[in-house]
Design a protein around this ligand. Sequence first.
Ligand code: FES
Length: 181
Amino acid sequence: MSTTTDNRRQVEAAARETLGESIAELIEKCRRDPRPESHLIGVLHAVQEQFGYLGEEQLDAVAQLLQVPAAKVAGVASFYHFFRLKPRGRFMINVCMGTACYVKGADRVAAKFSEELGIQWGETTTDGLFTLEGSRCLGTCGLAPVVMVNETIHGDVTPEMVSSILEQYLRQAREDATEKR
Ligand code: FES
């Protein structure tokens, strides 16, 4: 067996280990297509679903297994707003910026979250607890302005309610930490 084939196998094995078997299998299926790169966005969605974000290591592994240039994979991942390139916090705060929420003051709610947490859109607090993001309509316009924290919807949110919403999740984090001790 040639050294090149040997190296290729090692690189592929490392990439498979990075991404896990189910994603590696998905990529293998995509590679049977005459245009494997047309599956790139779908593969990146699957990777983000599994890891919560797209780190450099995962992007390189996708490039290796899908056999698409690493620069192209990185370019697609950074181009689309729905891909996250950094780890997300334990609590994902999505402030709806859809029309119904916006006209009812979502921008002021967002500014208050940003001020209280000391972060901007897309950033995560240094303790890894909160990530702040804006989102399109969350489908509950009757409750505008709406904020979703992980899977929980908070409706009719005002800037004055922001501290107590955050406190609720901080308390949860503290309780979980106590239980683990
Ligand atoms: S616009 Fe915010 S939930 Fe629809």
